[in-house]
Design a protein around this ligand. Structure first.
Ligand code: FES
Ligand code: FE2
Length: 332
C-alpha cells in the first residue's frame, strides 16, 4: 500500500504558496469558450488559476490576452465582458489599447517626466482547442497541443455549443477535490444514482494515465455507450457523459488552503434532445452534491493535525497516486 501525501499539505498556506508558484503559474489554464470574444473589439475578464486575466479580440480579429492588472496601481482594467475600442481602468481612468499599450492617463501631460511610452499591460500566452480558450501566464510556454497530450483523441469539442457555466465553491483543499475526481472506488457507495447508470465495477470501469492526462471510462449499463471523465494535470476536469455529444469542462482552483473555487462550462450539440439534457443535468447535480459532502468532510479529517497521512490502494487509486506523485515532484 502507498502512503498519501502528508496531510499537513492540505491546510498549510505556505504549501499553497509553493503550489501556486510551482504548479499553477507555469500551466495552461482553460478560461472559457471562444464565443465570449467572438467579435473584433470584444473583451472578457477571466481567471487563469489565481491570476486575473483579460481576453481580447483585437480589431484585426487576433485573440490576445493580458494580465487584468493596471500598470498604475493594480486595479483590474476590465470587468465582465463586452465590446469596446479600449480598456479603461475604473480607478483613475488609465486607458489601454487592445494591443495592451497605455494610450492615455488623466493629468499625466502636466506631470514632469511622466512618459506613456513603454507602459503596457503584461501579455499572457493564449491558444485555443476548438471552442475552448486556454491561457498560460508564462511568456514562452510549451505549445498547448503538447500540453493537451492525448486529450484531442478522446474528446471532440468542435461543433459543440456552449450552454451555461455552473460556478461554485467547496470548503476543501484543491487536492482533496482533485483526488475525489480521480477515483471511482467511492462510486458504488457514494453515488448510487450514477452507479445505476454507469457500470462502475472494477473489471469494467477503466483507469488510464497517459503523461499528464488521467482518464476514466465507464459504459452505460443499458446501451454500452462509453462515458469518459478526464483530468489534465494540474487541475482541469473534462466530462463526457454517455449518450448524445456533450462536454462539461472546468478547473479546480485553490482560493485558500481549505477553500476551492470550481466551475463547469456545459456544451451540447446544437439541437440536443432537451429531455435527455435535463436528465443528465439532474444526475450530474446529484453527483456534485454527493461529492461536495465527501470532500468537505475529508477536509475536516485531514486538518486535525493529529494524523500524519493515509493510505492508497495501488490499483483502484492509481490515478490519485500518480497525481500525488506529480505534486511531490513539483514542490519537492
Ligand atoms: S489603478 Fe488603474 S488607473 Fe489607477
Ligand atoms: Fe464522486
Amino acid at each position: 500500500m502507498d502512503q498519501t501525501l502528508p496531510w499537513a499539505w492540505y491546510a498549510d498556506p505556505e504549501q499553497l504558496r509553493r503550489e501556486r508558484e510551482l504548479i499553477f503559474s507555469p500551466s495552461w489554464h482553460y478560461v472559457g469558450h471562444a464565443g465570449l470574444v467572438a467579435e473584433p473589439g470584444s473583451y472578457a475578464a477571466a481567471q487563469a488559476g489565481h491570476v486575473p486575466v483579460v481576453l481580447v479580440r483585437d480589431g484585426e480579429g487576433t485573440l490576445r490576452a493580458y494580465l487584468n492588472v493596471c500598470r498604475h496601481r493594480g486595479h483590474p482594467v476590465a470587468e465582465g465582458a463586452g465590446r469596446r475600442e479600449s480598456l479603461q481602468c475604473r480607478y483613475h481612468g488609465w486607458t489601454y489599447g487592445l494591443d495592451g499599450a497605455l494610450r492615455a492617463a488623466p493629468r499625466s501631460g502636466s506631470e514632469p517626466g511622466f512618459d506613456l511610452d513603454g507602459i503596457a499591460l503584461r501579455p499572457v500566452s493564449v491558444d485555443t482547442w476548438g471552442p475552448l480558450v486556454f491561457l498560460n501566464p508564462s511568456l514562452e510556454p510549451p505549445p498547448l497541443r503538447e500540453a493537451l497530450g492525448p486529450l484531442p483523441e478522446a474528446v471532440a469539442p468542435d461543433g459543440l455549443e456552449f450552454r451555461f457555466r455552473d460556478d461554485f465553491e467547496l470548503s476543501a483543499n484543491w487536492k482533496v477535490v482533485c483526488e475525489n475526481y480521480l477515483e471511482c472506488y467511492h462510486c458504488a457507495i457514494a453515488h448510487p444514482g450514477f452507479s445505476r447508470l454507469v457500470d462502475v465495477s472494477p473489471d469494467v470501469y477503466r483507469l488510464e494515465a497517459d503523461g499528464l492526462v488521467f482518464s476514466q471510462f465507464g459504459p452505460e449499463r443499458d446501451t454500452g455507450a462509453l462515458g469518459s471523465f478526464h483530468f489534465l494535470w494540474p487541475n482541469l476536469t473534462l466530462n463526457v457523459w454517455p449518450g448524445e455529444p456533450n462536454l462539461s469542462i472546468g478547473p479546480v482552483v485553490p482560493l485558500d488552503p481549505a477553500r476551492t473555487g470550481r466551475y463547469l462550462d456545459y456544451f451540447f450539440a446544437p439541437g440536443a434532445d432537451e429531455e435527455w439534457v435535463r436528465e443528465l443535468l439532474e444526475l450530474d447535480g446529484q453527483v456534485g452534491r454527493e461529492d461536495r459532502a465527501l470532500v468537505e468532510a475529508v477536509q475536516l479529517g485531514v486538518s486535525s493535525g493529529l494524523v500524519e497521512d493515509g493510505r492508497l490502494l495501488p490499483e483502484s487509486e492509481q490515478l490519485v497516486a500518480r497525481f500525488q506523485e506529480l505534486v511531490r515532484q513539483a514542490v519537492g
